[in-house]
Design a protein around this ligand. Structure first.
Ligand SMILES: *Cc1c(COP(=O)(O)O)cnc(C)c1O
Length: 464
């Protein structure tokens, strides 16, 4: 299996190179050159497999021989052994033909652990074999940073530098990063906004000499390997509610479009997904796209669901590439228009093609709190604000009540205690293993918004 760029101008790469590269050299994102299919019999043969074994079967055709089968199995078993639910991604029934898939049983309580724990181990495995080292630099507005740090801490061949906007992430999110004491973890509080952090990371990636000097790489959600690992839980849920013998719908609280694109990919592999509902908060660029066929950015507004406070959904590019029959030149033109003019429109036929599968809708903070309250009254369960948006939008927009709907719960309610408490009067407790989080010692550097200063910091920290 080889991978091609969505802009059509970058070298085709094998899986292990795509893993380490992240963004393609032409600015595009890597996608498989074709989608491997699992026919109905193959899907039935996956029923009842333990989660890591299912993951190995779903991922094998994408990984090919770049990672030996036994190594892949060992990596997956090891990654999910650290999760805190025996089912790894349990389904909880929320109503007739309606399920919530809990994707918050990993070490940092957000769905990003499901991929990151595997990707961190894959990085180490490939680097070990190549006898090389990497420096991962990333910016976070919350969940990605802690998930990456938790997955990469104490790995032999990787240094990880995570920037967060000083004082602008939640106390729990901050402490999940800054209380990790590991020689290869370097937290930076940037005196600026999340956009400043992202701009700094871009500046480092834009400096080819520096990039090569420190072997710079990224683990943000544009990395194909993260999407790949996320495909697995769509099969896991689908098989549990009757696929391939029944169709199904998913609802996904969405920011960068990575998670829901994994659902699209599961469908491309043959899972009978009939509908994908994309949930947004007031940062509703995706809802507006589905309403109009126009993608136009605006200012980011802070909400109760900060992990979706995003105005450009990077992974949407992967869907565009498919909508345009894999025409990289057109994708390049549209994304250039977006960058230069703040928007683009797709033609009517492509818009309709997207609407055949996707629906999108938004919820503001008041509606989000209301959704948490109603779910709690109906089931006694607490949902975090992101998950509540997903379930509420999914329930409202499902096309057929007889088709099973699986709504993805992307964070544990205790990650967003204030919103949950406002909505229910209940304070969601952190799991026992994190109970001392608020008293552990924090370690981080404070840096200004200055790429030169950041480069010196990275050089100094990673050593010779
Ligand atoms: C990252 C995140 C999202 C958004 O996922 P994307 O893949 O960026 O669409 C939603 N909810 C939570 C809790 C997250 O951490």
């Amino acid at each position: 299996m080889h991978y091609v760029s969505t802009r059509g101008q970058a070298p085709h790469l094998a899986f292990d190179d795509v893993l380490l590269t992240g963004l393609a050299r032409d600015g595009g994102l890597y996608v498989p050159e074709s989608w491997p299919r699992l026919d109905a019999d193959a899907q039935r043969s996956l029923r009842g497999l333990p989660y890591p074994a299912l993951a190995a079967r779903v991922m094998a055709p994408f990984v090919g021989d770049t990672v030996a089968e036994d190594d892949l199995k060992r990596i997956l078993e090891d990654a999910y052994a650290g999760f805190h639910h025996a089912a790894v991604a349990p389904l909880r029934q929320a109503g007739p033909e309606t399920w919530v898939m809990e994707l918050f049983h990993g070490p940092t309580l957000a769905f990003k652990d499901y991929a990151m724990q595997v990707v961190g181990r894959l990085f180490d495995h490939v680097l070990e074999r190549r006898n090389s080292r990497l420096t991962i630099v990333g910016a976070t507005s919350g969940d990605t940073g802690s998930s990456a740090i938790e997955a990469l801490r104490d790995r032999d061949n990787i240094d990880v530098v995570i920037l967060h906007p000083k004082g602008r992430v939640s106390p729990i999110q901050q402490r999940q990063m800054t209380t990790v004491q590991a020689a290869n973890v370097h937290n930076v509080a940037v005196d600026g906004t999340f956009d400043d952090c992202q701009a700094l990371v871009k500046a480092l990636f834009g400096d080819d000499a520096f990039r090569d000097e420190v072997n710079l790489s990224a683990v943000n959600s544009i990395n194909w390997a993260r999407i790949l690992v996320q495909i697995v839980y769509y099969f896991h849920a689908g098989l549990a509610v009757g696929a391939p013998d029944r169709g199904l719908a998913f609802s996904v609280p969405t920011g960068n479009f990575g998670n829901v694109f994994a659902g699209w990919a599961a469908r491309a592999m043959g899972l009978p997904v009939e509908q994908l509902v994309v949930g947004s908060n007031r940062n509703d660029i995706l809802t507006r796209f589905f309403e109009t066929g126009h993608m136009t950015t605006g200012p980011v507004q802070p909400t109760l669901s900060p992990s979706m406070d995003i105005q450009v959904s990077s992974n949407f590019e992967r869907l565009l590439f498919e909508l345009y029959a894999r025409d990289g030149a057109t994708v390049d033109r549209l994304l250039t228009t977006l960058r230069e003019h703040g928007g683009f429109a797709v033609d009517d036929a492509r818009w309709r093609a997207a609407l055949a599968l996707f629906d999108g809708d938004r919820r503001d903070d008041a509606a989000t709190r209301d959704a948490i309250t109603r779910h709690w009254r109906a089931t006694g369960e607490l949902l975090d604000p992101h998950s509540a948006i997903g379930l509420d939008v999914g329930t409202a927009r499902r096309r057929d009540p007889a088709t099973p709907l699986v709504s993805l719960a992307t964070a544990h309610p205790a990650k967003f205690p204030d919103a949950v408490e406002q909505a229910t009067g209940r304070h969601p407790a952190l799991p026992d293993r994190l109970a001392d989080l608020m008293t552990l010692e924090e370690t981080y550097a404070e840096l200004p918004v200055d790429a030169g200063v950041l480069k010196s910091f990275v050089r100094e920290r990673i050593g010779p």
